[in-house]
Design a protein around this ligand. Structure first.
Ligand code: TTP
Ligand code: MG
Ligand code: MG
Length: 360
């Protein structure tokens, strides 16, 4: 089945938001930081604007190094403001999702949009949608972003990264193999540093080398499934559907308590293994969640449920525990009965394939 898929990624997202909210920062190196709190300068860089990137400041480096690199400049260092970025992310993704049939929220600043029907499979029409999206996002949120369009999610994502910032890249099906051939294998989303090194040891650096590699050898090194996926990716083949990763939209576990109780600690103790179990599944499926919730059933079999949305999607088991404890406490306070069953769930799952953030 032929498809057209668009991928959009906002340029230097957190830093661009900061520039918009404080125009006096524009033209200066802007460094958005996750301060660990241990000392005034400890922590890592979340992202930086392009003025700062010229000095080698990028996501993931220690704040101390960034200060060093930017010494003598008029750089600004700011703490992350997740709620603000989340709010803007939602607004942007609403615009994106309105332009196609299927939408997948892939990370705080990225989304996939299937536009096969919206374009009638015409790539000029697809380019038009890309331009309209960019214009609308610029007009409404003063943000530039980079858009890639191709025959599937894989090609669209790579295309959106190739011209940044403010890019729009359309890769026609007939050009796909040629487009990918010279790239380093690391450009394929999902091939991390480790697999990259592994491939390099096998003498495979570029996508075209991967394409020509012996499939049996790749399968031996990576397993049949991953190996097959790798070889397909090198040919620009990717069957994954837009939105499909989130198909199972929640992970939940519930169990009967040893005895009816209103004791928060007893309930939390019983939830320990369930929370670990959920966290394992989260890691296995490589998804993050942005809603965590609890359910209680009382001695009269009446059910209670509460959930909370968090600003930034996470995989953090501690976050589930913290939210669960607060929500159980709320429900206990609001009811006068003993509880018989208790459960935990996480929702709004999103794929983390090829995504690495500091918030893991
Ligand atoms: P990215 O889209 O990877 O980066 P970016 O938007 O800052 O820059 P680019 O122009 O290259 O797209 O990530 C989106 C946001 O996620 C980013 O603004 C900050 C956050 N982030 C981290 O906090 N840590 C990280 O290591 C990365 C990569 C991103
Ligand atoms: Mg981005
Ligand atoms: Mg991104």
């Amino acid at each position: 089945m032929e498809r057209i898929v668009l991928h959009l990624d906002i340029d230097y997202f957190f830093a661009q938001v900061e520039e918009n909210d404080r125009p006096e920062y524009r033209g200066k190196p802007v460094v958005v930081c996750v301060y660990s709190g241990r000392s005034a300068e400890s922590g890592v860089v979340s992202t930086s604007n392009y003025d700062a990137r010229k000095y080698g400041v990028r996501s993931g480096i220690p704040i101390k190094n960034a200060i060093e690199k930017l010494r003598g400049t008029n750089a600004v260092f700011l703490p992350v403001r997740h709620e603000r970025y989340s709010e803007i992310s939602q607004g942007v993704m609403e615009i994106v999702s309105a332009h196609g049939e299927k939408f997948e929220y892939a990370s705080i600043d990225e989304g996939y949009l299937e536009i096969s029907q919206a374009t009638g499979m015409d790539y000029d029409a697809a380019r038009g949608i890309g331009e309209r999206l960019k214009n609308e996002i610029l007009a409404k949120f003063h943000l530039t972003c980079s858009v890639g369009i191709g025959q599937n999610k894989l090609v669209a994502k790579i295309a959106s990264e190739i011209v940044k910032p403010n890019g729009l890249t359309v890769v026609l099906p007939a050009e796909t193999e040629e487009f990918l051939a010279p790239m380093g294998v690391g450009k394929i989303p999902g091939i991390g540093a480790k697999s990259g090194q592994y491939l390099e040891k096998m003498g495979i650096r570029t996508v075209s080398e991967l394409r020509r590699a012996d499939p049996g050898m790749i399968a031996e090194a990576f397993g049949k499934r991953t190996g097959g996926w790798l070889i397909n990716a090198s040919k620009g083949i990717d069957e994954s559907e837009v939105g499909a990763e989130g198909e199972q939209k929640q992970i939940s576990r519930i169990s009967t308590l040893k005895q009816d109780t209103r004791d928060l600690q007893a309930i939390m103790e019983a939830m320990g293994p369930l929370i670990s179990d959920i966290a394992n599944e989260i890691r296995e499926r490589n998804v993050s969640f942005s809603i965590a919730g609890v359910a209680l059933i009382d001695e009269n079999l009446k059910g209670y449920a509460k959930s909370r949305t968090i600003a930034h999607p996470t995989q953090d088991e501690g976050e589930i525990r913290k939210i669960a404890e607060a929500l159980f406490a709320d429900i206990i306070r609001e009811s006068r009965f003993q509880f018989r069953r208790a459960g935990i769930k996480v929702e709004r799952l999103e794929s983390r394939k090829g995504q690495k953030t500091l918030f893991e």
